[in-house]
Design a protein around this ligand. Structure first.
Ligand SMILES: [Zn+2]
Ligand SMILES: [Zn+2]
Length: 206
């Protein structure tokens, strides 16, 4: 399962669900489909139905969404910056009623929907498919990087198309070759041909 971090920013009160790490299964799928989609997020999703005591970690400064679009903030807001964990946490579940909010009016109230932040991922096809260690250095150099650019987007329920990043650029010719040849590389073919040749010669002398 992919790892998520749950942050609330002190200055803008935006909540961000960060994908801290993509799991190997999703990376593998990204290698096949050239689309990177994290595992379904569950903590926040479930917290809206059942209160399990999940919490947002409060961070000083403003979120990346506000850093990139300063117009979103109040004009009087100080320069946007991302700080450190303040050590405070607030419940993930929004306060139920106005009365609850009045009781603790100093606590920031998380917005109804957070942002989801997907970090970029750059890897080669053998890395994504998990067989980098089975290749010679010379062979692995043949594969170009595949880049999935970072994205920040409003939280949407997991559907087939949501939370997905497509790889930049078209598949490198070698990748197509690789997919078409069931995992055999140019070197493999040469090696097979050489062995076959050796066998033929051996047959002549036996
Ligand atoms: Zn995952
Ligand atoms: Zn923000």
């Amino acid at each position: 399962m992919c790892q998520f971090l749950y942050h609330m920013f002190e200055q803008c009160s935006h909540c961000i669900i960060n994908v801290a790490e993509y799991c190997q299964v999703r990376k593998w799928m990204a290698g096949i489909k050239r689309q990177l989609q994290p595992c379904p997020e569950t903590k926040y999703m479930i917290s809206r139905v059942v209160d399990r005591g999940e919490q947002w970690q409060v961070i000083s400064g403003t979120c990346m969404a506000c850093v990139m679009q300063p117009g979103r903030n109040a004009e009087s807001a100080p320069p946007a910056s991302q700080g450190d964990l303040t050590g405070t946490t607030i419940p993930m579940r929004p306060a139920k009623s106005m009365q609850d909010q009045r009781i603790d009016s100093l606590s920031p109230i998380p917005p109804e929907k957070p942002f989801i932040s997907l970090p970029d991922l750059t890897a080669t096809l053998p890395e994504l498919l998990g067989f980098r260690d089975k290749l010679h250095d010379k062979t692995s150099l043949l594969f170009d990087d595949i880049t999935f650019p970072a994205r920040i987007m409003p939280y949407v329920e997991q559907t087939k198309s949501s939370w997905t990043m497509s790889a930049i650029g078209s598949p490198a010719p070698l990748e197509s070759y690789f997919m078409d040849n069931g995992g055999l590389l140019v070197e493999d073919r040469k090696s097979i041909a050489a062995q076959k040749l050796w066998k033929d010669e051996k047959a002549i002398w036996e």
